[in-house]
Ligand binder design. Sequence first.
Ligand code: C2E
Ligand code: MG
Ligand code: MG
Ligand code: MG
Length: 289
Amino acid sequence: HAKALGGSRIEHFALHQRHELGRRMALESHLRRALERGELYLQYQPKIDLRRGTLAGFEALLRWQHPEYGIVSPDEFIPIAEETGLIVPIGEWIVGTAIRQMAAWREEGLPEVPVAVNLSARQFLQGDVVATIEHLLQGAGLGADALELELTESVSMADPERSLAIMHQLKKLGVTLSIDDFGTGYSSFSYLKRLPIDKLKIDKSFIHDMVHSADSRAIVGAIVAMAHRLNLRVVAEGVELAAQAGALRDSGCDQAQGFLYARPLDAFDAGLYLAVRPERNHLLRPSAM
Ligand code: C2E
Ligand code: MG
Ligand code: MG
Ligand code: MG
């Protein structure tokens, strides 16, 4: 090839872009049929009560198993679902599936723990989330305290007035509200104080850095202290090491979630996890599953 390096680089870049765009368009059209084809399912990741070492609940995480692409990461397809509006029917399916799963576990006589569901901005602001959730809970015969909703700061930023109103309606219903990925956005504590929320989930980037950064440990400690003063519970996400769990416990953090305790589990395995109901201190037997 006689082409200058610069030229081939540009060509390479253009090819790469076209490839990305091609994949994105393909994913979009496949995502339109993923639901009806049964390619979507939920996994459930345990959340642990840090003081007692017991199971505090699960977070439901969406998975897409495509016949050709394999497992597509939610970080890749949730934004596509958001942009296309597909998140509305998919989101309804997610909430319904999590609620029906809780009802099924109760039927089996398993202990009842709350399940948290992630809601993205569009799903939150479009459609009638409150009526949908109320209807789904009623249909399953579950109280609203069974359900927790995780919202990112971007949700309330998109349309502050409307989201505040919706949050108040959800609170009135009795659902637990938490702010996800806390620390990565721009919201101040004084802004958060105006929101009717119950919990903060500290983003995993801070938890990751705790091990080697005294600053990160100080930030996490300050978040926990401030949150408690505002009557908010605190959850740490992405806990992978016993040292992190120890530091979090020292800081007074309420709950922890991460690979140290368990990976996200298929519904069947989550049921087994519930059945053995880990009452003993998880730190003595990390990665039980
Ligand atoms: P998120 O809500 O902050 O979920 C936590 C993510 O951290 C999950 O990634 C989980 O698998 C991962 N994780 C858990 N423990 C550890 C750990 O110890 N170390 C590390 N490095 N990671 C850990 P996942 O499942 O890939 O989901 C990524 C994001 O996609 C979620 O972040 C959430 O924003 C979004 N998402 C997932 N499921 C749903 C859903 O049902 N609806 C909506 N709207 N968004 C979802
Ligand atoms: Mg979450
Ligand atoms: Mg998070
Ligand atoms: Mg996240």
